[in-house]
Structure formats: structure tokens, C-alpha cells
Design a protein around this ligand. Structure first.
Ligand SMILES: NC(=O)c1ccc[n+]([C@@H]2O[C@H](COP(=O)([O-])OP(=O)(O)OC[C@H]3O[C@@H](n4cnc5c(N)ncnc54)[C@H](O)[C@@H]3O)[C@@H](O)[C@H]2O)c1
Length: 351
């Protein structure tokens, strides 16, 4: 191979799945490593770049870079969010691609589907929180929202609470609840699935773990429905009434400084003066590192809110790439065979 040749591994979503990289436990390990490394200064995490094409619908494409210094890998997630896709076109809202480059010569080493990684990251974050904050004996989980994030979240929750036996789900449309059940039942034959028939209360009341993963901007989850000792993972924007935040014994975030400037329910509560910085118990890294305690008794209602940390995407993508590499999966693609002026350019240049 010419010394100026550059090639990278291309990993489609199918390649990643065949390689065994659809692995929630692996993702959670990568996530915990990433959190601790970032705390210790081992990760570069510049600001993301956001391009919004429609203020009303929030159609957007974001560019999210991060560098894992010890692994010598710089990555970027290029992610599009078009919230109306499911309604307008019957297709998914989010799609992403991830590029990983080594930082010795600075060359790309991998280009991969990023949708799987991105969705796994959201679920791995909620599941890591549940690992420390949900009751050990949790048996039931209730979902408001039945889309991509909700589906992935159930896989994550089952990984950390294998005792989960009952899953209730309610969404805006019954066909979404049925689709959720159809996708997940074959993966969890021991789980009893119950469709809420769009009645949100049916999905939540009595659940040990509650997840809201909706595209709504409304106070869907009511405080009265929440069981003592529940753990709540909040994924979307404004999804619950302020009383839910106010009744929490502990509020934990992926990163409060990021969350408080967004439009989540807790962020709104903060901006409206309903809560202050002092009401936030911890960031998840404080719990993972043992600096702060997780759940301390069976009665606490614990509220978890995450908006996403892109260095975690890169940490998980790195683990996925390593797994695919070790198993010989994916396609090596040439980027260049030699330098520009090493090629025979005769008749091929316009100037
Ligand atoms: N926190 C994070 O890190 C993170 C990451 C990615 C996506 N998200 C957010 O998660 C949310 C869900 O994403 P998705 O990809 O699963 O979306 P999706 O479009 O696949 O699913 C949205 C779900 O919300 C439900 N919904 C909407 N309005 C409702 C209402 N009034 N009552 C009941 N259910 C209602 C729909 O029925 C649907 O089941 C979005 O808000 C997205 O922006 C958060």
C-alpha cells in the first residue's frame, strides 16, 4: 500500500448489529468510563454547532465533536432531528453518522452509522441512572411515548433491572403502542406487555419505573399517578407537571449546567423560580463515582433528567468500532490511494 494511502472502516447499522455492538451493557460501561474520564480532564468537549432550519418545528442538524485523549480518538456525531418525520413521512425522526479519526496523523479510521449509537446512548444514560437510583426490586415499568427512544429505553432498563416483569405503554395513537409491543415482545418473552389505549394514567399508575419519551411539549405526567419509591427517567422536553419536579426527593441530571438552559420541565421550573440550583441533588457522575449516594431507601421518588452529552456518544462509538474491528466486520473503504500530485492528472484538471 502506498504510504500516502488513506482508508477507513465503514460500518453500516447492519454491520454494527452483526458485530454484536448493539450491546447495552457495553454501552453503559463505555458511558461510565466516559463520565469519569471527562471529570478527570481526559476528554476534550468543545461546544456543539446547531443549525435550525425551522424555528417552529425545530428541524435541525447538529455537529457534536469530542476527543478521547487516552484512546487518541477524535470523533464527531453529525445528527439530524426532524420531529415531524413520523407524522409527515412515516419515518424516523433522528438520523446520525459518526466519524472517528486517530490523532497521531489525524486521519479518519472509521465512518459509522450513528443512529444506533445515538439511541443506545440515550438509553444507556437512563439505564445507568436506574442502576443507581431505581429500586432493586422494580418489577413494573410504564412508558408515556412509544417511539424510538422509548423502545431503546426498555432494553436499557431490562439490562439493569432484569426483574422487570410488566411493561405498560401509552402513546398518542394506539397503533404506536402496538408497534412498540410488536418490536419488543420477541426480545423479552418473559415480559407482560399492556397497551394503555392512549390513556396515559394507565401506563404510569403503579409503575416502579416511569419513562416519558415524547415529542409533546405539555405536562402529560401527573404527580398523583406516581407511586412511592418510583424512579422517573425524563427524556423529551416538557412532559410532566411542575408538581412532579416539586415532589421529587432527589433530582439528578446528566449535567445540570447544560440541562438548566434547555426546555425540559426541570429547566422550565428553574427559569420560573420553582426550583433553584440547590434543589438539584447531583449530576450522574457524582453518583457513578460514589461521591454522592444513589437511592437511600425504598420510599424516595427520584427524578432523572438527561439532555445528552456528546462525549458519551463518542465513547460508545469507540467501543462499537473496537468490537467491529476485533470481529473483522465492516468494509474497508479507500479515501485516497496516493497524494493528489502522485496521480496521473493529465487531462483531468480544469484551470
Ligand atoms: N434526552 C436526550 O438525550 C434525547 C435524545 C434524543 C431524543 N430525545 C427526545 O426524546 C423524545 C422522543 O424521541 P423519539 O425519537 O422517540 O420520538 P418519536 O417521534 O419516535 O416518538 C414520540 C412519541 O411521543 C408520543 N407523543 C407525542 N405527543 C404525545 C401526547 N400528547 N400524548 C402522549 N404521547 C405523545 C408519540 O405518540 C410517540 O410515541 C423527543 O422529544 C426527542 O427530542 C431526547
Amino acid at each position: 500500500m502506498n504510504q500516502h494511502a488513506i482508508e477507513f472502516l465503514y460500518l453500516s447499522q447492519e454491520d454494527l448489529i452483526h458485530a454484536g455492538a448493539f450491546d447495552l451493557t457495553m454501552a453503559m460501561e463505555a458511558l461510565e468510563r466516559g463520565l469519569l474520564k471527562f471529570r478527570d480532564g481526559g476528554i476534550l468537549f468543545p461546544d456543539k454547532i446547531v443549525q435550525i432550519f425551522n424555528e417552529e418545528t425545530q428541524d435541525r442538524i447538529n455537529c457534536l465533536p469530542a476527543t478521547l485523549l487516552e484512546e487518541k480518538i477524535c470523533g464527531v456525531k453529525w445528527v439530524s432531528v426532524f420531529p415531524r418525520n413520523p407524522v409527515l413521512y412515516g419515518c424516523q425522526n433522528l438520523s446520525a453518522i459518526i466519524v472517528l479519526s486517530e490523532i497521531e496523523k489525524g486521519y479518519p479510521v472509521c465512518v459509522m452509522d450513528g443512529t444506533l449509537c445515538s439511541n443506545i446512548r440515550v438509553a444507556a444514560m437512563g439505564a445507568t441512572a436506574a442502576k443507581y437510583l431505581a429500586r432493586e426490586d422494580a418489577e413494573s415499568i410504564g412508558f408515556i411515548g412509544a417511539g424510538e427512544q422509548a423502545k431503546m429505553h426498555l432494553l436499557g432498563m431490562k439490562a439493569v433491572r432484569p426483574g422487570l416483569k410488566v411493561c405498560r405503554v401509552a402513546a398518542k395513537y394506539e397503533h404506536e403502542e402496538q408497534d412498540f409491543i410488536k418490536s419488543l415482545q420477541p426480545l423479552m418473552p418473559d415480559m407482560e406487555f399492556i397497551a394503555g389505549g392512549t390513556k396515559l394514567e394507565h401506563a404510569v399508575r403503579g409503575s416502579d419505573i416511569i419513562v416519558t419519551a415524547t415529542s409533546a411539549q405539555a405536562p402529560l405526567l401527573k404527580a398523583d399517578w406516581i407511586k412511592e419509591g418510583a424512579f422517573y427517567s425524563h427524556i423529551g422536553g416538557w412532559e410532566d407537571e411542575y408538581k412532579v419536579v416539586q415532589m421529587a426527593d432527589k433530582i439528578v441530571c446528566d449535567d445540570w449546567n447544560t440541562v438548566k438552559h434547555r426546555t425540559q420541565t426541570v429547566s422550565r421550573c428553574y427559569k420560573d423560580g420553582v426550583i433553584t440550583d440547590a434543589d438539584i441533588y447531583a449530576n450522574i457522575v457524582d453518583i457513578v463515582s460514589g461521591a454522592k449516594k444513589g437511592r437511600e431507601n425504598e420510599k424516595e421518588f427520584i427524578y432523572f433528567d438527561a439532555v445528552g452529552l456528546s462525549y458519551i456518544d463518542v465513547s460508545i462509538a469507540y467501543a462499537m468500532w473496537q468490537k467491529a474491528l476485533a470481529g473483522g466486520f465492516g468494509k474497508k473503504l479507500p479515501m485516497q490511494e496516493n497524494c493528489i500530485f502522485e496521480k496521473d492528472l493529465t487531462g483531468k484538471v480544469k484551470f
